[in-house]
Design a protein around this ligand. Structure first.
Ligand code: ZN
Length: 252
């Protein structure tokens, strides 16, 4: 297992926002033999978040922000799950059993944690430290329009855990889509691992943005979505009450 676990886009980005895309890639390293999945399943939304990385890269470029992407499929290791979670190496995802995850030995499990999760997590920690721990954490995801046979009406989800401030501010300024709080998932589904580990634990403003993937299929759509997100995030941040530490700036 020598593959790169993490990709950093626009590493020198100066914006206070640090972007994270845990499910950026469908890449399954060769030794996992597609985890026993046929080709269409191995490239479907169960393996990654289609459109999320492309949208996040446009957003990173627009903001001049750093973007940290997971470089392997979430079916190999889901970097938005802690090692002890069954969802970290799921045996089943929506309609698919994942044969290659059915009976992972303790040694192989630990190897996946060491080779894919730890480097990803370390990169996020390092990047936040380089921002002097005053960053704003924004994670970008996509979700399937039809889940377990049911159509989803929500188009954009603004998700948060115990600190809703940034999500609240975005929900006030965002418009033009069916935008919902903590949909189609919420903290109870275990999707706020990155927000808790790197955002809440460090006292950083944080939010998770879920985009329905039929809205970000082409590069032009990803670009347009990124422009909306940039506008909403910029406006939301300007309205966000800042900590005392942040306010000791030039305007005093
Ligand atoms: Zn995701």
């Amino acid at each position: 297992m020598t593959e790169r676990a993490v990709t950093v886009h626009n590493q020198s980005g100066q914006h206070e926002i640090v972007l994270i895309c845990e499910h950026a890639s469908a890449y399954i390293p060769a030794q996992f033999e597609n985890l026993g999945l046929d080709k269409s399943a191995a490239l479907s939304h169960v393996a990654w978040d289609p459109g999320a990385a492309a949208t996040a890269r446009h957003l990173a470029n627009g903001l001049n922000a750093v973007l940290i992407e997971g470089a392997v499929s979430r079916l190999v290791y889901d970097c938005n799950r802690p090692p002890e979670s069954p969802g970290a190496m799921p045996q089943r995802s929506e309609l698919y059993d994942i044969p290659g995850n059915a009976n992972i030995s303790t040694v192989d499990r630990q190897a996946r944690i060491d080779h894919y999760y730890r480097p990803f997590e370390a990169q996020v920690s390092k990047t936040l430290a380089s921002h002097h721990h005053s960053a704003v954490l924004v994670t970008i995801h996509s979700f399937t329009p039809i889940y377990n046979g049911e159509k989803r009406d929500v188009e954009i989800g603004i998700l948060h855990d115990d600190d809703p401030a940034l999500a609240d501010a975005i929900l006030k300024v965002a418009s033009g889509y069916n935008i919902q709080r903590n949909q189609p998932y919420g903290p109870e589904d275990g999707v706020t691992h990155t927000l808790k580990l790197h955002g809440l634990a460090n006292g950083l403003s944080n939010v998770m943005i879920e985009i329905r993937n039929d809205l970000i299929q082409t590069d032009a759509q990803c670009f347009a979505m990124a422009a909306h997100l940039q506008q909403w995030l910029t406006e939301a941040l300007s309205r966000l009450p800042r900590s005392a530490a942040r306010n000791t700036g030039a305007n005093r």
